[in-house]
Design a protein around this ligand. Structure first.
Ligand code: LMR
Length: 400
């Protein structure tokens, strides 16, 4: 009965790793998925995470009971404070409902399902380009997905005018997906002044902000700075959705730890919203897993562990920034044609190189370098040892 089923294509991002794993070359390099690697090219488990895990294992009174539908209470409270700020009036006035979800994707999906059931506007605007999964997450939840201009290929910077025009002509009340920092895939973020203009425009048209915060602390190395755009929107007292992920900033990729916060206008509304979120979550996965959220809660709660985390986080962010400079220098020293200054200007885990899909295919075939076909490379996957290989490949691709 399934003879008619056609083979689906691999995922544009996770499929890159599938292809990479099949390659037997000793020089192969995976710059596809956004996953941090050390200078030795190895995945990293943070010391503070290992310490928290050890403490959890040693605690013999820990049990494996179900969590509530909304997840671990401490985790939720601390996650809201981390993203909105400990002194946030919205948190203090209990106007925020936070539910533990399956990393960023799960948080976005739960938020999308809630909106599809309870919000009067069914249109969401996502940036062009954006993380490939956004379109599917919101589309499958039943929302109508439109795009707003974001990236200018000629300057490799923000198309701010296009963004303002598109949001300016969006229907009143439409939902707008915003990357809180370190925009994926472009690495291009608005300045604080531009954020303020976006906020004013959106509030004047009652557009509903839905922030995707997958990189808090990874862009600047500072947790508060990277949360600033969200806090600007929350400070004005209006509603706001935030999807948080601990995949990158705590290196908890496979633990699937994230949170959805919905900032409401009153504590009463927030508690009713939470009751409906439970109805969304229960038929999807009943309740979230306990282990990863316990690690995060322990680290966020303990002053010393928190401090240790921020130091390790900054070290990851700094290593990525140093890779930007190294790659830029390597291309300059090869005399590679083109202006490569965007490599050092872009922010976060990715560089949107400007290489086209043919050049990417050439680099994969001839140099065993794997990346998404839109020319995005994960800077976190590079090391001092592999920069020359990548620079040789880029040089060859653009001078063919
Ligand atoms: C990425 O964009 O590489 C990451 O967000 C991982 C993913 O799930 O796509």
């Amino acid at each position: 009965v399934f003879d008619h089923v056609v083979r689906a294509p691999e995922d544009p991002i996770l499929g890159v790793t599938v292809a990479y794993n099949k390659d037997a070359s000793p020089v192969k390099l995976n710059l596809g998925v956004g996953a941090y690697r050390t200078e030795e090219g190895k995945p990293l488990v943070l010391n503070v995470v290992r310490r928290a895990e050890q403490m959890l294992v040693n605690n013999s009174s820990r049990v494996k009971e179900y969590l509530p539908i909304v997840g671990l209470a401490d985790f939720n409270k601390l996650s809201a404070k981390l993203i909105l700020g400990a002194d946030s009036p919205a948190v203090q006035e209990n106007r925020v409902t936070t539910v533990q979800c399956l990393s960023g994707t799960g948080s976005l999906r739960v938020g999308a399902e809630f909106l599809a059931r309870h919000y009067h506007q069914r249109t969401i605007y996502i940036p062009q380009p954006t993380w490939g999964n956004h379109l599917k997450i919101f589309g499958l939840a039943g929302l109508s997905v439109k795009t707003y201009r974001y990236f200018c290929p000629s300057t490799r910077g923000l198309n701010f005018q296009g963004l303002l025009e598109d949001l300016g002509s969006a229907p009143s009340g439409a939902i707008v997906l915003l990357h809180a920092c370190a925009h994926n895939p472009t690495g291009v973020d608005p300045t604080p002044q531009q954020w303020e203009q976006i906020r004013q425009l959106m509030r004047s048209k009652a557009l509903l902000p839905f922030f995707d915060s997958a990189y808090q602390g990874f862009a600047s190395g500072n947790l508060d700075i990277d949360a600033q755009p969200i806090r600007m929107f929350v400070a004005d007292g209006g509603e706001c959705f935030v999807a948080q992920s601990y995949a990158k900033n705590m290196g908890l990729y496979g633990e699937r730890v994230g949170a959805l916060s919905i900032v409401c206008r009153s504590a009463d509304v927030a508690s009713r919203v939470e009751s409906q979120l439970k109805l969304v979550i229960r038929p999807m996965y009943s309740n979230p897993p306990i282990h990863g959220a316990s690690i995060v809660a322990m680290i966020l709660k303990d002053r010393n562990m928190f401090q240790e985390w921020t130091i390790e986080l900054k070290a990851m962010a700094d290593r990525i920034i140093s890779m930007r400079q190294k790659l830029f220098d390597a291309l300059r020293s090869r005399g590679t044609p083109g202006d490569w200054s965007h490599i050092i200007k872009q922010i976060g885990m990715f560089t949107f190189t400007g290489l086209n899909s043919e050049q990417v295919a050439f680099m994969t075939k001839e140099y065993h370098i794997y990346m998404t076909s839109d020319g995005r490379i994960s800077m976190a996957g590079l090391s001092s040892r592999t920069v020359p290989h990548l620079a040789d490949a880029i040089h060859a691709a653009v001078t063919r």
